[in-house]
Design a protein around this ligand. Structure first.
Ligand code: THU
Length: 134
């Protein structure tokens, strides 16, 4: 079952998007185990690589409030098909919960849910393990 509350919060956050370069507004809402919801939107920059994704904003807002135990995240965009978090955001989410439930939704009502384990297998392999060989 889709978390409609989370999708609604992400949809609202999307309205605050600062995306003059891509004109592609994205909203995200992350749910913590305590039941609190934190939202974010994409914030672009003239130097494209400095752009912050909606998921990043939501996670940063939650962590700044002392929440790190996330169970689900919703991402909303006005796209034909639901958009999947970028590789960097998958890694960011994996830092806190490699199995978090990721719901992707469009304004037209399309929904898709996957676990982060499906979107990003082996999230830690190659980082900590390689340190032992240094
Ligand atoms: N974007 C997000 O905020 N989240 C995603 O999951 C995918 C992409 C943003 C980054 C950029 O501002 C715009 O969407 C186009 O890629």
């Amino acid at each position: 079952m889709y978390n409609e509350k989370l999708i609604a919060e992400a949809t609202e956050a999307r309205l605050k998007s600062y995306s003059p370069y891509s004109a592609f507004a994205v909203g995200a809402a992350v749910l913590s185990k305590s039941g609190r919801i934190f939202t974010g939107c994409n914030v672009e920059n003239i130097s494209f690589r400095l752009t912050m994704c909606a998921e990043q904003g939501a996670v940063a807002a939650a962590v700044a409030q002392g929440e790190r135990d996330f169970t689900a995240i919703a991402v909303v965009a006005d796209s034909k098909v639901p958009i999947v978090p970028c590789g960097g955001c998958r890694q960011l989410l994996a830092e806190f919960n490699p199995g978090i439930e990721v719901t992707m939704a469009t304004l037209d009502g399309l929904r898709e849910t996957k676990t982060l384990s499906e979107l990003l297998p082996y999230p830690t392999q190659g980082i900590l393990e390689s340190r032992e060989n240094v």
